[in-house]
Ligand binder design. Structure first.
Ligand SMILES: CC(C)(COP(=O)(O)OP(=O)(O)OC[C@H]1O[C@@H](n2cnc3c(N)ncnc32)[C@H](O)[C@@H]1OP(=O)(O)O)[C@@H](O)C(=O)NCCC(=O)NCCS
Length: 190
């Protein structure tokens, strides 16, 4: 299969596998992006053009140029059921001179799989890789809708804090610094 992501990283958590995103994965993703609610939380706003495989590929290309795009695979069923990218920060408002900052857009495609702890497994796994192997200073979740309670809870439960409020508090940027990540891990080990 075509390794669209252009990297060869694979990770395994208790219930999930993360593998390089492949070209054929866009066809699997498309039906879920046709759901307006999903599209809205993933894109932040409804795009003017209609969502096609080509649209998703263009968005995917930007992510692969800026980081590591993964498909999320449920181990028990073997189903590919989501996407996540560990992406170097591409928004000026979150860039800090001499700091290595990344962001982590994530989407679990099938609503039936939400709320089972999968999101947390993925974020914790990539957070550890980013801080411990890539040596980043800061990990962010950008443009989170304050009304997306599941997402807000996910970032908080992974130790992130609201760093920036925009749009009268309706849109939030979350972040965790290296110092906080290390103190959280230290507390867990103690
Ligand atoms: C956001 C998303 C990645 C979260 O993943 P998930 O697997 O559903 O979330 P988890 O089951 O790991 O739960 C994470 C936290 O949210 C809580 N949570 C789960 N379902 C919830 C709900 N319906 N309401 C409030 N909190 C909820 C969990 O209890 C957990 O917190 P805890 O560890 O303190 O108990 C996933 O729901 C998704 O892909 N949604 C659509 C796309 C999206 O919103 N992406 C993020 C854009 S910023």
């Amino acid at each position: 299969m075509d390794n669209f992501a252009g990297h060869s990283l694979n990770f395994e958590t208790e219930r999930l596998g993360l593998r390089p995103f492949e070209d054929t994965d866009f066809d699997l993703a498309l039906p879920f992006y046709e759901d307006t609610d999903f599209l809205l939380v993933m894109e932040g706003q409804l795009p003017e053009e209609s969502i096609t495989g080509e649209y998703l590929r263009r968005a995917g290309e930007a992510m692969t140029e800026q980081g590591f795009l993964f498909a999320i695979v449920e181990k028990s069923s073997g189903r590919t059921n989501g996407e996540v990218c560990l992406q170097w920060m591409n928004l000026d408002r979150a860039k800090i001179a001499n700091e290595k900052t990344m962001r982590i857009p994530i989407g679990i495609w099938d609503k039936a799989l939400w709320g089972k702890g999968y999101g947390k497994e993925v974020v914790r796994c990539l957070m550890a890789f980013a801080f411990e192997e890539l040596g980043i200073d800061r990990l962010c979740a950008m443009d989170v809708s304050a009304g997306n309670f599941r997402s807000v809870k996910l970032w908080r439960s992974c130790g992130m804090k609201v760093y920036r409020r925009m749009d009268n508090g309706n849109t939030l940027d979350f972040e965790i610094t290296r110092m906080r990540y290390e103190s959280m891990n230290h507390a867990q080990r103690a």
